[in-house]
Design a protein around this ligand. Structure first.
Ligand SMILES: [Zn+2]
Length: 225
């Protein structure tokens, strides 16, 4: 059986990736890679630990926060910027397709490169990550686009001696589609954490809370916190 590594944040998208990988390769052949990058809170990482345990997969945690020391991305602990309480589309109205303030500079590029090194050392043939169409819309998160994914896949495939391939199962799908897939796989979404704020319950107002609510409601589900 081949092996896979999953970039795993503990949110809806990456947890659904983990479910797909575990179903395909079996839990013993899947590694979840979770990254600290200097977030304002540790809710996602705590969620990731619980979910990795739920699926019985090996989890690796690495700390890359030093790399983002000079970024003022609003998700970062040292940032002076507030996390916007509006949808991505509203945030981008006046910004001419610039990334949103919660875009962590080249995060997926960095994480994929790290995951590729770990994957090759662990004989993995596939690297999963949960980028989707809603995040790349309007260039909100340019490192979630199809163009980015294609380029990274070429780099990873060639740079690994054609041993490793990227699988981005949702690259042309919406978050609503991801939730539909996850529900069919009984993903324990209650264990996931999406909110950019670190409160005891999700704020319901940040970009990712708004997106999550919409995606679940489109699947006929009202989440209660
Ligand atoms: Zn929120």
């Amino acid at each position: 059986m081949k092996k896979a590594i999953v970039l795993f944040s503990g949110g809806v998208d990456s947890t659904t990736c983990l479910a797909l990988a575990t179903e395909r390769f079996g839990k013993d052949n899947v590694t979840a890679l979770s990254v600290s990058y200097g977030q304002k809170h540790t809710k996602e990482l705590e969620a990731a630990r619980k979910i990795a345990e739920y699926y019985g997969v090996k989890q690796i945690e690495i700390d890359l926060s030093k790399i983002f020391e000079s970024s003022n991305c609003s998700l970062l602990k040292h940032s002076t910027a507030e996390i916007p309480h509006s949808s991505y589309a509203d945030q981008q109205k006046d910004s001419e397709n610039q990334p949103v303030s919660t875009y962590v500079p080249f995060r997926n590029g960095l994480f994929i490169a790290c995951a590729a090194s770990i994957a090759i050392a662990n004989d993995c043939s596939y690297l999963y990550y949960g980028a989707h169409r809603d995040d790349s819309a309007g260039n909100a998160y340019p490192d979630c686009s199809e163009e980015f994914n294609t380029a990274m896949n070429t780099a990873v495939f060639e740079g690994s001696g054609k041993q490793l391939e990227i699988i981005a199962p949702f690259i042309d799908k919406s978050k609503k589609d991801i939730v539909a897939v996850g529900l069919s796989l009984n993903v324990p979404y209650k264990l996931t954490w999406s909110c950019y704020e670190g409160g005891s319950t999700p704020c319901g107002k940040c970009g990712t809370c708004i997106d999550r609510k919409k995606a679940f409601e489109a699947n006929g589900i009202q989440e209660d916190y």
